[in-house]
Write a new protein. Structure first.
Length: 269
């Protein structure tokens, strides 16, 4: 029986894994040794286990998490679909980042014109969504807007949408979307339609404003310009960053979308 066993170093070379990896996979239960010497603690493996070792290495080279590797080895069906979806989402994010970088390369660091405007207080229907960090803000914003568009208010008032975002983004971000209500529109449960929407008043005041023209995923460039303008003038940024969506994305090409970026400098008394 002992002749059939390989010491961990020899097996590591056979399975193209390091000794450290084999010990770790043993601790996780992914690849148990065929035999462990009770006195020395030395691990021994069979040559037939090399296929499992090589399979683990292959899956890890494809960025499959170890937890999912275990499910694949156990024969669970369909578990790689989630990994594929995550990789596709990461690839899409990288493409958006590349497009933004190319815009900076072509046009230089953002320096959109900023001007101070007076904004009145506005009644709005507001919903909130939680995002799992900066990379999830786009999804959370889309979800919030979708909820607003399903409300009764969206069917009886002109659709004017505003996104509200914290200036400092942490691991968990709360974003809001607001649907501006017509001057005579009253608040109340009737507007909510089960979407968790609430009638709120968006404060008015003086705002630093710049206009972004282009895809929504490049708005951070114009936001940078507004915040830099505020910092140069020692303005304390008050409240969330507002994105006022001027264009209808359903009929406007991404490169022609118009969005106003606004930061409150001084609220109305």
């Amino acid at each position: 029986m002992e002749e059939e066993l390989l010491p961990i170093g020899q097996f590591a070379r056979l399975g193209r894994l390091s000794v450290k990896q084999l010990r770790h996979y043993d601790e996780l239960g992914l690849l148990r040794p065929a035999y462990v010497d009770a006195e020395t603690g030395y691990r021994y493996y069979r040559a037939s286990q090399a296929r499992t070792a090589l399979s683990i290495g292959l899956l890890r080279s494809l960025d499959v998490p170890l937890a999912v590797v275990g499910e694949v080895l156990a024969g669970s069906a369909g578990v790689l679909e989630g990994v594929r979806a995550e990789l596709e989402a990461e690839l899409a994010r990288r493409r958006r980042t590349l497009a933004t970088l190319e815009r900076v390369m072509a046009q230089g660091l953002p320096a959109a014109p900023v001007r101070v405007v007076a904004e009145p207080a506005r009644r709005a229907l507001l919903v909130r969504e939680r995002a799992a960090g900066a990379e999830d803000v786009g999804r959370a914003t889309s979800a919030a807007i979708a909820r607003l568009l399903r409300t009764q208010a969206a069917r009886v008032t002109p659709v004017r949408l505003i996104g509200l975002f914290p200036v400092d983004v942490g691991e968990v971000v709360e974003v809001s979307a607001a649907l501006l209500l017509a001057g005579g529109a009253a608040g109340g449960a009737g507007w909510e339609d089960g979407e968790g929407a609430q009638v709120r008043v968006l404060p008015g005041g003086l705002f630093a404003r710049a206009t972004h023209v282009g895809p929504y995923d490049q708005i951070s460039l114009t936001a940078h310009a507004v915040l830099a303008w505020c910092a140069e003038r020692r303005h304390v940024v008050r409240g969330p960053l507002r994105e006022v969506y001027v264009s209808d994305p359903a009929v406007t090409p991404p490169e022609e979308l118009v969005t106003h970026l606004m930061v409150c400098l001084e609220e109305e008394p």
